[in-house]
Design a protein around this ligand. Structure first.
Ligand code: ZN
Ligand code: ZN
Length: 201
């Protein structure tokens, strides 16, 4: 297997504190972990939750942070422990929410209800609490795993559970990126027009 890239310099829209602007800055990502995939973002949707976090209305993610959770892009490298052997460098992928794979909801095919969701989505860190990112200028630690992906970064170490292969021409992904969150949580719940009961026990 080819050597995995390390200390990747890229650019990202960084938020330094509540109500501060999204600032385009150079950042550095350290080392890809076993369950991560390096994605070069081509598109990202922007969702209400990104703006709520930028406004500081949910105080779960420390600043500085990179938000964005509707990414779409090309796989540049694959961590050694990634379970989905169908993924290859060069594949174009859409990104959705990450999930724990262990709780009763994940194990019964309902990862959107993952009991670890709040921590995995909103803390902006990896599941173990670490972060891959640093600000290039100051070396300050930076949250780069918002919803397991921080898609407002040009390059990002994305958790494997976020990844869905996109089997169509990549340019069509511009209209599909918002499927990652907004379409599922907003539009689909309206279209569904009613509650949905899960049988998990
Ligand atoms: Zn779970
Ligand atoms: Zn969202």
């Amino acid at each position: 297997m080819a050597e995995l890239p390390t200390n990747i310099e890229t650019i990202a829209y960084v938020v330094h504190g509540p109500k501060e602007d999204f600032k385009l800055e150079t950042i550095v990502l350290d080392d890809i972990q076993d369950n991560e995939v390096l994605v070069d973002m081509k598109y990202s949707g922007i969702c209400h939750t990104d703006l709520i976090m930028q406004q500081g209305e949910i105080e779960l993610c420390k600043y500085p942070a990179v938000f964005g959770h509707e990414g779409a892009g090309t796989i540049m490298a694959i961590g050694k422990g990634v379970q989905n052997k169908d993924l290859k460098v060069g594949d174009f992928v859409l990104l959705s929410i990450n999930y724990c794979q262990e709780c009763k909801f994940c194990k019964t095919g309902h990862p959107a209800n993952c009991t670890e969701g709040t921590r995995l989505h909103l803390f902006g860190t990896r599941p173990d609490g670490s972060t891959a990112g640093k600000l290039s200028k100051t070396g300050d630690s930076l949250r780069t795993h918002f919803f397991g992906q921080s898609s407002f970064s040009k390059m990002s170490f994305v958790q494997e559970t976020c990844i869905v292969k996109f089997p169509y021409p990549p340019e069509q992904a511009a209209i599909f990126a918002s499927m990652g969150c907004g379409y599922q949580t907003g539009s689909f719940s309206s279209l569904k027009n009613g509650s949905y009961a899960y049988e998990v026990d």
